[in-house]
Structure formats: C-alpha cells, structure tokens
Design a protein around this ligand. Structure first.
Ligand code: ZN
Ligand code: ZN
Length: 477
C-alpha cells in the first residue's frame, strides 16, 4: 500500500466520519471549569497544610515501621477530613527491612571515621564489623569490566559523580550505581559495597540512602552510601597509592514479612462512577528525613486536587481516585500490588499519573494515549500552558513511579515533569524536610493536577486504556 502522510490519512478518516466518532474531546464548559480550578488552586494552601501535617504528625515513615502504620491511619483520616466520598485500604505485603545502626572508619593508613548510611536490603556486617581493603572504580562500567580476582574479599567503592539537571536525568546512572552496583559486586565475590551517594549536593555530610537490587538475602553483601564530602575524603586517601583498609559496621537487615496498605480516597463520579482518573503519590518515605519532597508532596498534591474538585457544585462525570501507595521506596511494592489487583479493569482507567519528583513547578507534560485522544491532550495542554507547562508531543507519558505499573498494564498515562534541579541535593537524606518546599510551587502542582484530572473526568470519550495498549511506547526506557 502506498504510504499516505499521516495528516492526510487523519483528515481522510475524519472526513469519512469513522475517526470523528472515536475522537475524544473535552466540552467547552469543562474547559472553563478546569481554568477556574487551576486559578483557584494557585491561591489554595491545602497541599502545603497536608504536607506539613504528614511530616509533622507522622514524620519519617520507613515502610513497615511503626510510623508507617501511623501514616496509614493518618491518610485514612486526612481523606475523610478533606471530604472524600469513599476511603478504603488495600493490603500490600513485602519483606520488612530494618535499620538499627551504621558506622564506618578508615583503619589504615589514616585512621578516621566516615559518614555513611546503609542501603535498603543491605544485610548486617558480621559481629565486630567487616575489615577489608577498598578497591575503587569510577563507574559502574569499570566495575562490570573488573576481573573478579581484583575484587574478591574486598570492599568495592564506586565513585560516580551525579550532575544536577532540570529533568533529573543524572539519577538514571546514579540509581543504577546504587541498585545494580551492589549485586554486581556480590557476584564478583566482594565482601562489601560502598558508593558515593547518588545525590547532587557537594558540601553536606548527609548521605543519600535508597534501595539496592538485592532480592535474595543469601546473595546480598553489606552495602552503604558515603556522603559526598566523605567520598571526596576516601578518594583522596586512596590517591596516596597505599592499601586502604576500612572497617564497616552495619546493623540492619530483613527481619520477616510485613503487610501494609495502599490508602485510597475517591470523589465518586456522577455519570460513570466505575470509570476513574487515577492520581496519587507514595505514602512511605526513607527514615533519615521526614519525607517532605519524597513523597509527602506527591500525596498532598493529589489529595488537594481531589478536594478542589469535590468542592465544585456537582461531582465530576467520572470518579477521581487518589492513591497513597505503600512502600514505593523498596521496589514499587504498592504500585505492583495495585496493578496486579486491578489489571483486569485497566480499560476503566480513563487517564492517570502520579507525582513523585518533589515539589518543584511542573514544566513539561507528555502523554501516552490513543491517537484519537491527542486533540483532547492538546486541550489540556492549552489550560496548563499559562502556569508554565509545555506540552512535548514527542515523548511518552509514563504515569510516574507506582502508576507506571498500571500504565504497563495498558492505562493511558501522562508524565507531568517537575523542575528537579535541586531535588537530588536532598533526596533520601536527613535534609528531606518541609522547609525545602516552596508553597507557591506546590500550589502550581495542584493547579495542574486539578485541571487535568477534571478535564479527563469530563471528556467525551476515552484516552485509549486497554490491556497492553501502550506496551511499546518507550515509557519504561
Ligand atoms: Zn519517591
Ligand atoms: Zn524515594
């Protein structure tokens, strides 16, 4: 068949009336209401109050901890307080990892302590600590290429520098050094693993924790992240060219299994209550800070957006479902449990995305939707443009962290990219606290979430959710 230019093809389909029947549009009245929601959100401090409430009344909430349990109670109560029509939980089961204590020191040639933090799923060192020589690599590739004989019985140290970026792309390699690095080192027979923190701060003696890729505790080795100044120090000591011996003393590990919960609040749709716009964030956090930017903000943005929609004179056509996910941090446990449970209903998910990249302003939107819904995405983009959001039609929409799992099942999804320039200065450190959030920037996020959610809920037609619909959109890459 002769190839027709896409625009001609689309025009032809439109003229034939086939595509026009399937073309999704957003009614003018809904666009107008979305603009009002957007403008109102900019002057609403609900999200900031919600983030303050969570980070103050619960604080740090490591998955499976006593605080995590309180966070679930907090989320149930907060949804009710905000007037949600329906509030419920769904169980999520995962390995329970605990952190008790962590110390390290250079033993020779220049004895001195080092500041570090254990990584998720790291086992404890033997009683009395692990003493071994350090072998340094400047990248994950260098470790991959290493002869196992050069690594066996030693503490591998990967000294990779992460750079700041608006879209946070440096975290791709930074997190690979933390997730894949320890597994690789263990496979080569290393006794322990250290990395320069996957973070972009330079002067804070505050290490960045995070999960490793260890899945089989029997094959795991003690693994920890040095703060950036401590990594500088260790690198300087190694530069003397003498053997460097380290003592690593970590008390942490998996103690069993735990069942937590995804907490869900809904604004019930008036016409199609079974069709949902899904938004959310993750409720758990690491234990070092109070989880304000990661991801109290995300939970608060979605909760506040739903609350604004609830306050309209009448309920939206479709349901707004806000999900506060369990244990995102140690491997998307809440997101995977959710997608397993709801995969069969994927076609009922109108559109979805999760906020999990801090509280900076949203500057870019991209979407994975059916071609006949592109015009509706354009309508959404037009409403978001005045608050600084640019539509990138060439990128897929991944749905965010946990909801990426529903997207992988076939849910039409957006990506709403926040400005992450400073995010990795504080991410997973003791400095992830409420003072890092600018209330006006947080409100801009709510404006975007409220406007897009409402427009998706009111659309004439769908966005193409169907089993396996977006398997090849490249969002997972
Ligand atoms: Zn997160
Ligand atoms: Zn995180």
């Amino acid at each position: 068949m002769r190839r027709l230019p896409l625009t001609l093809l689309a025009a032809g389909l439109l003229a034939s009336g086939i595509a026009s029947a399937a073309t999704t549009t957003i009614p003018a009245t809904a666009v107008k209401t979305a603009e009002q929601l957007r403008d109102q959100a900019l002057h609403d401090d609900t999200a900031y109050q919600v983030t303050a409430s969570l980070t103050t009344e619960v604080g740090a909430r490591l998955a499976g901890s006593e605080a995590d349990r309180r966070a679930v109670d907090w989320a149930v109560a907060k949804f009710k307080e905000l007037g949600y029509d329906k509030v419920y939980t769904e169980p999520v089961t995962y390995p329970l990892w605990v952190r008790r204590s962590e110390h390290a020191a250079i033993v020779a040639p220049f004895p001195q302590p080092l500041t570090l933090t254990a990584l998720g799923y790291s086992p404890a060192t033997p009683k009395g600590g692990l003493r071994a020589e350090v072998v340094r690599f400047d990248s994950l590739d260098a470790l991959k290429a290493a002869d196992p004989a050069s690594v066996k019985g030693k503490i591998v140290y990967v000294d990779y520098h992460m750079e700041r970026a608006k879209d946070g792309h440096g975290y791709g390699m930074g997190s690979a050094v933390r997730v894949a690095g320890p597994v690789l080192a263990a496979q080569k027979g290393a006794a322990g693993y250290l990395l320069r923190s996957a973070g972009t701060d330079a002067h804070e003696r505050a290490p960045h924790t995070g999960v490793t890729g260890f899945r089989d505790p029997a094959k795991a080795i003690p693994a920890a992240a040095l703060s950036n100044p401590d990594a500088d120090q260790l690198t300087r000591v190694l530069a003397y060219g003498k053997p460097v011996t380290l003592k690593l003393d970590l008390d942490c590990g998996i103690t069993g299994e735990y069942t937590g919960a995804n907490v869900i609040g809904e604004i019930t749709g008036r016409k199609h209550p079974d069709q949902v716009v899904a938004i959310g964030g993750h409720l758990d956090s690491w234990d070092l800070g109070t989880g304000a930017i990661d991801d109290g903000a995300g939970v608060a943005i979605a909760m506040a957006a739903g609350k604004l929609i609830r306050e309209l004179p009448q309920r939206p056509d479709r349901t707004i479902r806000v999900i506060a996910f369990a244990n995102e941090e140690m491997g998307l446990w809440g997101g995977r449990a959710y997608a397993d449970k709801h995969a069969k209903e994927v076609a009922k998910f109108q559109l979805g995305t999760e906020s999990d990249f801090g509280a900076g302003p949203i500057w870019r939107m991209s979407a994975s939707v059916k071609p006949e819904a592109r015009a509706a995405i354009g309508q959404i983009a037009k409403v978001l443009e005045p608050v600084g959001v640019a539509y990138d039609a060439g990128k897929p929409g991944g749905g965010g962290s946990d909801l990426s799992q529903m997207h992988a099942k076939g849910m039409a999804a957006l990506s709403l990219t926040q400005d992450g320039t400073k995010y990795f200065d504080w991410h997973h450190t003791p400095n992830d606290t409420l003072d890092k959030i600018d209330p006006a920037e947080l409100a801009q996020n709510v404006a975007v979430y409220a406007a897009f959610s409402y427009m998706a809920a009111q659309a004439n037609g769908d966005f193409g959710s169907a089993p396996g619909a977006f398997a090849n959109d490249g969002a997972g890459e």
